[in-house]
Design a binder for this molecule. Structure first.
Ligand SMILES: [Zn+2]
Length: 484
């Protein structure tokens, strides 16, 4: 039997505000444990929360980027449960009236067509603190520390809809997560660094026979903090559910955990054990009213989003869609490209050089593009020198590597190392003649009409000149001497 897959995500994103959600303690991931805390974020009796306006603005930015309705009236609610890293005994979250609802995020579906993934809601809540166990393995730990630095850091929860345009495959799930992270970085509300726990997911998955209208029971896998593990967990879970249904049994509605070592999901709690959080409006916080003027003001500060940027640079610079996708992957990469493009004659060549050569050098030194030792105007100058034929592509590569290492300009490296191409045709002619004398058999083959070894001769001339010959000119010379 063919099965249809329904995947939904609850993604938690730590916002990059300077201070926490309800107090003025700094958000600082590197600080000494418990050095960024106060009576409010450690839940001392009588302490009162004051809402961080920036965090609300960031929530609205996310809502606008994900095509949501922004609710004019919104509320915070208490989600009651006990956990050692939750000092108040409740988490301040949103329940009935979140800031944003009914949006979508357009991805390219598996069929190649645009697919608007339903976004059900986006709400703002506070993060919990962090437990640090004395052993890497929880069951071997004799004791645990609690670090409240993270307690009350603003956390945005973005929930996809499992009824309206849900994700239909593991590939679409991955595409969604990557694009969501890209957009949140573009609008600059979170760094979304997965390793630092700034982007974490709960994933819901269920299957049903193809064409069925009824939803199958779904399993929720909690707290996934790596794309690879999410994919592993989804694949395992789909297989597990298929086997249960094939046996004629029913999949249990439950919460599961992913065992990263064994790559399996294990049951954590069933529907019956699901906690009742007894949500109620937080009496310490007023209703939040969001004026349409404020939303308009925020709209005016929104940057160009990835899809808009891709369309524009394809149109303005005539580069391929594939290159445009690679050059807009990060906003910083796109900014670098556009700063260069403003100075470059050949924007296509610029893109190819960035993707092939500059990305390789950055990767090898594990540097993000914003720390590239070559400033955009200097990179643009190098590309212009190649475009104008002042240096060959091969020399260009040597110069680029030297620029990357030393931070010098292309011009000064070319002069210092005498890398100007050989313009003197007589000199080139005599080098070619020498090569021909050294390889008489190759010369014979070409004269008999076999043009394949022409590139071999060009290579030999390039070798002798240390790459300073223009391969096109050498090719012309060979044709002149041997072919015509
Ligand atoms: Zn505080």
């Amino acid at each position: 039997m063919e099965y249809e897959l329904i995947i939904a995500f609850e993604t938690h994103v730590e916002l990059k505000t300077r201070s926490k959600l309800f107090c003025d303690c700094a958000v600082d991931y590197e600080a000494t444990p418990n050095s960024r805390i106060c009576p409010v974020c450690t839940g001392q009796p009588g302490a009162l929360p004051v809402l961080n306006k920036k965090a609300v603005e960031y929530s609205i930015r996310a809502g606008l980027a994900l095509n949501c309705d922004i609710n004019r009236r919104s509320r915070f609610a208490r989600k009651n449960y006990f956990y050692p890293d939750l000092p108040k005994g409740y988490q301040i979250s949103q329940y009935e009236r979140p800031f944003c609802e009914n949006g979508f995020l357009e991805i390219t579906g598996d069929d190649g067509a645009p697919y608007p993934v339903g976004i059900k809601r986006i709400h703002l809540e506070e993060d919990a603190g962090k437990l640090v166990h004395s052993s890497e393995y929880f069951d071997k730990a004799d004791y645990s520390y609690v670090d409240y630095n993270r307690s009350s850091v603003p956390l945005l929860e973005i929930v996809t809809d499992h009824e309206r345009n849900p994700l239909r495959s593991t590939q679409e799930a991955r595409t969604y997560l990557e694009k969501l992270r890209q957009i949140l970085r573009y609008i600059d509300i979170s760094d979304c660094t997965i390793e630092k726990g700034q982007f974490r997911c709960d994933v819901n998955v269920s299957i049903r026979p193809q064409g069925s209208q009824q939803f199958g029971n779904r399993a929720e896998i909690k707290n996934m903090a790596s794309f690879r593990f999410i994919m592993n967990a989804l694949e395992y879970e789909i297989h597990r559910q298929e086997q249960i249904i094939q046996k004629g049994e029913e999949v249990a509605q439950e919460t599961r955990l992913f065992d990263e070592q064994k790559k399996v999901t294990v049951s954590m709690r069933s529907k019956e054990d699901a906690p009742d959080y007894r949500y109620f409006p937080d009496p310490d916080l007023l209703e939040v009213r969001i004026e349409p003027e404020w939303v308009e003001e925020i709209k005016g500060t929104m940057p160009e989003l990835p899809d808009q940027k891709i369309h524009r640079i394809i149109r303005d610079y005539g580069i391929s869609r594939n290159d445009a996708l690679l050059l807009t992957r990060d906003k910083q990469i796109a900014d670098f490209y556009e700063q260069c493009a403003a100075l470059c004659e050949d924007k296509k060549r610029l893109g190819i050089w960035m993707i092939k050569d500059l990305f390789r050098l950055l990767n090898e030194s594990s540097l993000p593009v914003e720390q590239c030792p070559i400033a955009p105007p200097l990179f643009a100058e190098l590309i212009n020198l190649i475009t104008r034929g002042d240096i060959t592509e091969q020399i260009g590569r040597t110069v680029l590597e030297e620029m990357f290492r030393s931070g010098k300009t292309a011009q000064s490296i070319i002069e210092e190392k005498d890398l100007k191409p050989i313009q003197d045709m007589d000199a080139l002619d005599s080098i070619l003649s020498q090569v021909m004398v050294e390889h008489p058999d190759v010369v014979n083959q070409i004269m008999e009409g076999n043009l394949k070894p022409v590139s071999f001769l060009i290579g030999q001339v390039m070798k002798k000149t240390g790459g300073k010959a223009d391969p096109k000119k050498v090719k012309d010379l060979i044709h002149e001497k041997l072919v015509s």
